[in-house]
Ligand binder design. Structure first.
Ligand SMILES: [Zn+2]
Length: 118
């Protein structure tokens, strides 16, 4: 859950594909607890995150397909899993430590406003 503006194309497109994969897994009611506990997935943010990423991709000139999701596909998850919040600062630090392109795009001065609730 890194601010999209600081993500390189590879990571932005990677997460975009990942979100569609999560919808597929949710429709099949797969067990996603491992992903959730490892801070890789925040169920209730799936749709808002997809909108955020698609807007950023459009801003960068990509043609993206629309993200459709029936909110009911989250119903089978436990309440704890469904309400899980990713530690945003931590996931940002991990990304920045692993990707020089994301690191180059990162602007510490403006990052603060994205960190609310993180
Ligand atoms: Zn990157």
């Amino acid at each position: 859950m890194t601010p999209v503006r600081f993500m390189c194309q590879q990571h932005l497109l990677g997460e975009w594909r990942e979100l569609f994969a999560f919808v597929g897994s949710l429709k099949k009611q797969r067990n996603l607890t491992g992903y959730i506990q490892n801070d890789l997935f925040e169920p209730e943010s799936l749709k808002p995150r997809a909108l955020e990423i698609s807007e950023e991709l459009i801003r960068r000139g990509y043609a993206v397909k629309s993200f459709e999701m029936d909110p009911k596909i989250l119903d089978y998850l436990s309440e704890e899993d469904r309400k899980h919040k990713i530690r945003r600062n931590r996931s940002l630090q991990i990304l920045l430590s692993r990707c020089s392109r994301c690191r180059m795009a990162f602007e510490p001065d403006t990052a603060g406003r994205y960190e609310i609730g993180g």
